[in-house]
Design a protein around this ligand. Structure first.
Ligand code: Q46
Ligand code: ZN
Length: 294
């Protein structure tokens, strides 16, 4: 691991990853053993590695898998989540976007001006929050890694998305807004490291890339950041953690928008109808042959 100027055998690498996760949980005061934890599980390496680490650290964590309806890719991903949970006796809740909400991500992308990844991100945020709230979990755990967060930060800085910069933090205390606290304990671990961890621990995960990822700008940013990391080891970590230490206090001073209940579903939103209900309505109009208003 060039950024730590260190090399590990398999056993000590696993210990190292566990320590990095525990340190992140402690440093950011994310949760303790009394909290009721729900992890968003995708069948990919990050969420399954995190489930493994948290379980080994003694936390009781249930998972929730969202079936996105992206053909065989989604079916395979759900299969990996199910097998992981089954083999370890863990509880996995399942939501199927098509069955439970009447649309899939390909239909959502075709029905609106949103990209597939935008519709997907919105749906994941909404559904996972909804499941956490309705099943009484007070903490929603997400498997975003160092590469994900550094790329998101880079995108938010290049576009000067002040609102997003104010909210870019590994802990979002949202209980006053009717939402579970959202935490990201994997942000000290790079993507390559979660892959190595999964291999060492014998975790089977979805390796194929999502067929709708083409044009995903975060993936393009990740490639650029990796090129910089190659010549300047530790750059991604310095960029992200430097921001969390020195940038967050500046942007957090921005006032937060007032939230109201969505007229359709009752979820907290800044408008009359939340973005997810608008997306869902657009897919229904498409299915019934009416025009999309975007
Ligand atoms: S699943 Fe969804 Fe990703 Fe596929 S459509 Fe984009 S966001 S690429 S993590
Ligand atoms: Zn709504």
């Amino acid at each position: 691991m060039r950024r730590h100027n260190a090399a590990f055998c398999g056993e000590h690498f696993v210990d190292h990853i566990r320590r990095q996760v525990q340190r992140t949980i402690d440093d950011f005061d994310m949760f303790d053993h009394d909290d009721s934890l729900l992890l968003g599980v995708s069948g990919g390496k990050d969420s399954l590695a995190l489930w493994d680490v948290l379980t080994d650290l003694g936390y009781e964590v249930d998972g929730v898998n969202l079936e996105l309806g992206i053909g065989p890719y989604s079916e395979d991903s759900t299969g990996y989540s199910r097998r992981f949970a089954h083999e370890r006796g863990l509880r996995l809740l399942e939501v199927d976007l098509g069955r439970d909400y009447g649309f899939t991500i390909p239909v959502a992308a075709a029905s609106t001006s949103r990209t597939a990844c935008s519709a997907c991100g919105l749906s994941k945020r909404y559904v996972l929050n909804h499941v956490a709230r309705t099943h009484g979990y007070n903490v929603l755990v997400m498997g975003h890694n160092l590469d994900d967060e550094a790329a998101t930060l880079f995108s938010n800085v290049t576009n000067w998305n002040i609102d997003y910069l104010a909210r870019q933090h590994p802990v979002l205390q949202e209980s006053d807004r009717g939402l579970a606290r959202k935490v990201k304990p994997l942000i000290r671990v790079a993507e390559r490291e979660t892959a190595a961890y999964a291999v060492i621990r014998g975790i089977d995960y979805e390796i194929d890339e999502c067929p709708m990822a083409a044009g995903n700008t975060l993936n393009q940013i990740k490639e650029h950041l990796n090129a910089m990391e190659h010549t300047s080891p530790g750059m991604k970590q310095r960029f992200l953690f430097g921001f969390l230490e020195r940038g967050t206090p500046v942007f957090r001073g921005e006032p937060r928008p007032v939230l109201d209940a969505c007229d359709v579903c009752g979820s907290p939103t800044t408008g009359d109808v939340c973005a997810f209900c608008k997306l869902r309505a657009a897919t229904q109009r498409t299915e019934s042959g009416e025009d999309d208003d975007g």
